[in-house]
Design a protein around this ligand. Structure first.
Ligand code: SAM
Length: 238
């Protein structure tokens, strides 16, 4: 099976309809990542089929679960080279995505790819999440916050839940140890105004890859003293 066939099969497995332009857009994301990775360290995953599974389909799994609908404002915290936010922006043109990261060079790469794909529903922001989350223009302004491979769940909740409006969701993409992470993060989730809704087990069709999506619903506003600066979070985790 070619990587493109794997991509189509994986999307079909999630029940995601993608037209030819969207499929081509996703494939361009994979190609540009592999090309740029030769001169800049963006990802440890470099084989085309692996990029399809671990970056494109893993990102798209959030849509298969129906968690991100149309007309939503989404922030991807610690997006790195654009995952999950960049494939999501291709597949959900009617929603708007902010891709946030503390490393500028990765955002340059996303901007280049987004420019090539003429994605007008995506903006990159170079900042630390703990600073931007205190800014009223961003605080509690998003229907959904996403994060993959950024931090342990207690810290991740402090970085992400301040961005989510009351009623919205924080979607943490995690591996097999998700249930234990949730136990460790029980205090953080409650303190920051969240409530665990569900841990979804995800399987990618045509692949033995599995992961979890931790769905945390924002029930009440996050107290103003959060997020704290990084040193305080490290010294005294919630
Ligand atoms: N989410 C991407 C993925 O799964 O491919 C990137 C994961 S990478 C391992 C973690 C990223 O989180 C890095 O690009 C790092 O710069 C970013 N990051 C970590 N802490 C951050 C913070 N406090 N604010 C913004 N970005 C942060």
């Amino acid at each position: 099976m070619t990587p493109q066939e794997l991509l189509k099969q994986g999307l079909d497995g999630f029940g995601i309809e993608a037209d030819e332009e969207q499929l081509a857009g996703l494939w361009t994301i994979a190609e540009r990542l592999i090309e740029k990775n030769r001169v800049m360290n963006l990802t440890a995953i470099t084989e085309p089929a692996e990029v399809v599974e671990k970056h494109l389909l893993d990102s798209a799994s959030l849509l298969g679960e129906g968690l991100i609908g149309p007309q939503m404002r989404v922030i991807d915290v610690g997006c790195g080279a654009g995952f999950p936010g960049l494939p999501l922006a291709v597949l959900r043109p009617e929603s708007f995505f902010v891709l946030l990261d503390a490393t500028r060079k990765k955002l340059h790469h996303i901007d280049e790819v987004a420019g090539e794909l003429r994605l007008f529903n995506l903006e990159t922001i170079h900042a630390r999440a703990e600073e931007l989350g205190a800014n009223p223009s961003f605080r509690e302004q998003y229907d959904v916050a996403t994060a993959r491979a950024v931090a342990a769940l207690p810290k991740l909740c402090e970085l992400c839940l301040p961005f989510v409006r009351v009623g919205g969701m924080f979607l943490a993409m995690k591996g097999a140890g998700a249930a234990d992470e949730v136990k460790d993060a029980a205090n953080a989730i409650q303190t920051l105004g969240g409530e665990l809704e569900e841990i979804k087990q995800i399987a990618i069709k045509g692949s033995d890859l599995t992961h979890c999506i931790i769905v945390i619903r924002k029930k009440s506003r996050t107290p103003q003293k959060y997020p704290r600066i990084g040193a305080q979070m490290a010294k005294n985790p919630l």
